[in-house]
Design a protein around this ligand. Structure first.
Ligand SMILES: *Cc1c(COP(=O)(O)O)cnc(C)c1O
Length: 386
């Protein structure tokens, strides 16, 4: 079936017992047994599995066109579960320009297991391939990336990895953080990735009211390892959050179309405003990797980054002038949000790293919501009269 049908129905068929059209919120921590070793139903203890999370995991696997999904208490909890597949002294190749929280997790948490991060100078599949070492067990990428919307060729990278074996004789796993495009516009497993991670806090939840994460995989063995970890470490989402995410998934295709439409209009407006120095938007014909958008994505999320002319004082003035658009971390909600990567989402990066990546003081990231584009543009227009 097609994506919008899957988004409405997968994991969300009427309850066989009551006929409820929406999956009931299963508020119970444990499930009665009929005797030792005899479960009454499918479930035993809610951390291990429960009806709300089970239904959500079916939905998420289906919208990513994957075999298995696992839900977590946050995007970072999902990323941590993936990193737990590593052994001490293993190495990661991570594309430049990833989410600041991933950078922090790699460099400030997993460093104590002596896990080294190698970053290629650019995101061509060749540069990624050349960054592999005999110890590389994982290649971590974000496309489009946070915050500069850099793309890399997922299928070609996956193809190149097939010809590489590390010193354990294993092919490094290709992990894609697919939070930005959402499953509506990009499905990395179909492009050859091994593992997809999501911050469901963003587009999947879509209403700025839940923190959650997910992993999707096809391989049964990797799934069993991650499932074991999910129960053992226990960073699982509560049943109400699972319900809210499933509700979000039903309208994901609709919402993404509106985010995309608004992003195109806002990007065009920003590009033509004299107070704006540069706009990063993969939808522009002259965006350096525009061809990749056509190759591996079926649309663009509402993400735009731009630099305004001037310095931090001009940025402060601009933020203070916004009346409708909200200054806040996060993205993918119905309301348009704006943020300052250098001091917010990417504050964890050392200054030298920010400078190398182009995360300057005058860089602004915008997540176009689903409001009327004209109202958003009028708000930006007024605030840009610096
Ligand atoms: C927000 C975000 C995360 C982290 O997700 P949380 O749900 O906040 O833990 C990871 N990756 C990307 C690209 C994000 O935008």
């Amino acid at each position: 079936m097609k994506f919008s049908t899957i988004a409405v129905h997968a994991g969300q068929r009427p309850d066989p017992y009551t006929g409820a059209v929406c999956v009931p919120v299963s508020l119970t921590s444990t499930f009665a047994m009929d005797g030792i070793g005899q479960l009454r139903g499918e479930f035993e203890y809610a951390r291990s599995d429960n009806p709300s999370r089970h239904a959500l995991e079916i939905s998420i696997a289906a919208i990513e066109f994957g075999k298995h999904a696992l839900a977590f208490a946050s995007g970072q909890a999902a990323s941590t579960a993936v990193l737990d597949l590593l052994q001490p002294n293993d190495e990661i190749v991570a594309t430049p320009n990833i989410y600041g929280g991933s950078y922090r997790l790699f460099h400030k948490v997993y460093n104590k297991y002596n896990i080294k991060i190698n970053t290629p100078n650019n995101t061509t599949p060749l540069a990624i391939y050349n960054a592999l070492t005999p110890k590389t067990t994982l290649v971590w990428g974000e496309s489009p990336s946070n915050p500069l919307l850099d793309l890399f060729d997922i299928a070609e990278t996956a193809e190149r990895l097939k010809n590489f074996r590390n010193e354990k004789g294993e092919k490094p796993l290709l992990v894609i953080d697919n939070t930005f495009p959402s499953p509506a516009f990009q499905n990395p497993l179909l492009l050859g990735a091994d593992i997809v991670t999501h911050s469901c806090t963003k587009y999947i939840g879509g209403h700025s009211d839940v923190i959650a994460g997910a992993i999707v995989v096809n391989d049964d063995e990797i799934y069993e390892k991650l499932k074991f970890y999910q129960n053992a470490a226990g960073a699982v989402p509560g049943p109400l959050n699972c319900f809210l995410l499933q509700r979000g998934i039903r309208t994901l295709p609709l919402r993404m179309k509106k985010h995309e439409e608004n992003a195109y209009k806002i990007a065009d407006f920003l590009r033509n405003n004299p107070a704006v120095e540069k706009v990063f938007f993969p939808g522009f014909e002259d965006f350096p990797q525009h061809e990749l958008v056509k190759k591996q994505m079926s649309g663009l999320p509402g993400m735009i980054s731009f630099k305004i002319r001037g310095n931090i004082d001009n940025v402060k003035k601009f933020f203070a002038g916004l009346k409708l658009i909200i200054l806040a971390e996060s993205l993918g909600g119905p309301e348009t949000l704006i943020c300052h990567p250098a001091t917010m989402t990417h504050a964890a990066l050392p200054d030298s790293e920010k400078e190398k990546l182009g995360i300057s003081d005058n860089l602004i990231r915008l997540s176009a919501g689903i409001e009327d584009a004209e109202d958003l543009i009028n708000d930006l227009k007024d605030a840009l009269k610096l």
